[in-house]
Design a protein around this ligand. Sequence first.
Ligand code: TYM
Length: 329
Amino acid sequence: MDIVLSGIRSTGNLHLGNYFGALRNFVKMQHEHKCYFFIADYHSLTTHPTPENLRDNVKQVIVEYLAAGLDPDVATIYRQSDLPETAELYLLLNMNAYLGELERCTSFKDKIRTQPENVNAGLLTYPVLMAADILIHKSTKVPVGKDQEQHLEMTRNFANRFNRLYKVDYFPEPHPFNFGDSLIKIPGLDGTGKMGKSDGNGLYLADEPDVIRKKVMKAVTDSGPVNPNQEMPESVKNLFTIMQIISKKDTHSFFLEHYNNCTIRYGDMKKQLAEDIINYLEPIRNKITDLSANDEYLQKVLKRGAEKARESAAKTVKEVRNIIGFKPI
Ligand code: TYM
């Protein structure tokens, strides 16, 4: 049995990238392993430092976790800031993380570009806090999307460095995980890159059917293939990628065949894709509505999750303090 952990930043509604990259894998694993799934609200402060949306965002994420099928009776679901032990482990790991490696991290370099007005130390040490999240429960499997690969590599470096420095075999090596062969990246609808919360290119679990129809119909494509061996442009590939994940196999091959013989009508493909997404998300969307009205239940879930998570976290911090040498004088 593995110890599995993952989390999502509480910066707004969850999109299909969060769902297929992390959440769905986790839901599938919760009955087989010891699982922790948390809401990364400390991390959200690196980009959303003001309190206005903090509570609403945390609520939205817990609602969507449960609506997507996380079961609080089997998995431990908690809020990062309910575990002060994580902050202590973060502090201790920071002593052993180097400026050079933190500055080289791709997500940090991206943030310097996208929010130059707020390049805070929390952004720089983001991977250390993430390592603390993972190592606090000595997790070995971490269901995440492709964009988190480097953070996981850094976590392994911090864990191994700790073990070497203190001559112990304490932290196990955590690895990213996805069912299937490789980590995935769900593309956005704007023809480039990945689906992201701040890029305005996302489809959200809570989106109403009409919103999904509008977004998909507006997705970028080209003017269509003119010869059978033409390479597919990125934007069209993206739609096929989403279709492959959401729609029936036959639907995907039907449109692919029409693409290959140059008879595809993107309008038809988009209509079909939108309806498939709507159907796929319908049960989740309904549960989101129900759960949103039940604050008392949500509070109960988080309270119980925090209690369970703190047991494991307190044990780790106690052992780490002991290894480092914090002892009575
Ligand atoms: P966040 O909120 O950016 O992303 C949450 C999860 O969603 C995945 N994801 C995607 N997967 C596939 N395609 C996409 N387009 C896409 N967009 C997002 C991310 O890979 C991630 O798995 N740093 C983490 C939060 C975190 C965490 C942790 C995760 C904090 N501590 C410890 C695991 C373990 C993050 O970026 O969240």
